[in-house]
Ligand binder design. Structure first.
Ligand code: AMP
Length: 281
């Protein structure tokens, strides 16, 4: 497994290894990230001949000034060990900020996927999806994958990327991977390490609530009441709810009534930590 830090090093490697399955990450890897590697491996095992490339890059463009860009955990040595242990990864692409943004503030081009970026996380993080789409487009141009794998943990992000790929005719297949959870149901996330042990236990309530609400929604017409009750219970348990909404799974339109395909989306703060999760209904 090679660790490459520059686009030119990567391009030199890529000329001899042109079929690539790609997993973009911000590092601080956990079992959720490693499940994406497993999914890539299963493609390779099917004889697609791809090499597997994982990028590790904490992208400043997707953080607002008050967010955790500076404190986001950067653990390249440990991440490299975990990826090496999978026995599946050929290259880690770990560029510096100046390698990815050589023109700094003079760069002008950004990717905006306006409709699907609205609502849910787009409301409380207005520049987030623009930052994500821009860096993923740049990474796609650097890495030139034939397939890229994204987790359903960040479901709105997955749809933003799918839309960008379709709209810009990028020759890349986007594959979705299911959410990997802790034993108590908490969706794995690099930010979970901001939680104290007790909070981590409590955070399992989010998934329990999603499951309860999903079950109720399948059998009842009063979606607004179900969501209001769940919000109330979570608030009483110490969460500050950002959103708790039912949306259609393909275009994220708000749903006042249940119709398939649908997904429930939640974002909530526990202390200062913002947690997101979603579940298919
Ligand atoms: P991140 O490093 O948080 O930017 O995540 C990199 C990729 O891993 C994204 O496609 C995420 O959706 C995916 N991912 C993160 N956490 C999980 C999880 N618990 N289960 C599945 N995929 C995940």
């Amino acid at each position: 497994m090679k660790i490459l830090h520059t686009v030119s090093e990567y391009r030199a490697w890529h000329t001899e290894n042109s079929l690539v399955a790609f997993i973009p990450t911000m590092g601080n890897l956990h079992a959720g990230h490693l499940s994406l590697v497993k999914q890539a491996k299963s493609l390779v095992d099917k004889g697609t001949g791809q090499k597997i490339v994982v990028s590790i890059f904490v992208n400043p463009l997707q953080f607002a000034p008050h967010e955790d860009f500076d404190s986001y955990p950067r653990t390249l040595t440990e991440d490299a060990k975990k990826l090496e242990n999978t026995g599946a990864v050929d290259v880690i692409f770990a560029p510096s900020v100046s390698e990815m943004y050589p023109h700094g503030k003079e760069a002008q081009t950004q990717i905006i996927v306006p409709e699907i970026s609205k609502g849910l996380c787009g409301d409380s993080r207005p520049h987030f999806f623009q930052g994500v789409a821009t860096v993923v487009c740049k990474l796609f141009n650097c890495i030139q994958p034939s397939v890229a794998i994204f987790g359903e943990k960040d479901y709105q992000q997955l749809l933003v990327i799918k839309k960008m790929v379709a709209d810009l005719n990028l020759p890349i297949e986007i594959i979705a991977a299911p959410i990997v959870r802790e034993q108590n149901g908490l969706a794995m996330s690099s930010r979970n390490q901001y939680l104290a042990a007790e909070q981590k236990q409590q955070a399992g309530l989010l998934y329990q609530s999603l499951q309860t609400a999903a079950k109720a929604i399948r059998t009842s017409a009063s979606i607004q009441k179900i969501l209001a009750d769940e919000k109330k219970q979570l608030s009483e348990a110490g969460f500050k709810i950002d959103y708790y909404e039912l949306r259609d799974s393909s275009g994220l339109k708000s749903l006042a009534e249940f119709s398939e395909p649908a997904r429930l989306f939640i974002a909530a703060y526990l202390g200062n930590t913002r947690l997101i999760d979603n579940i298919e209904i």
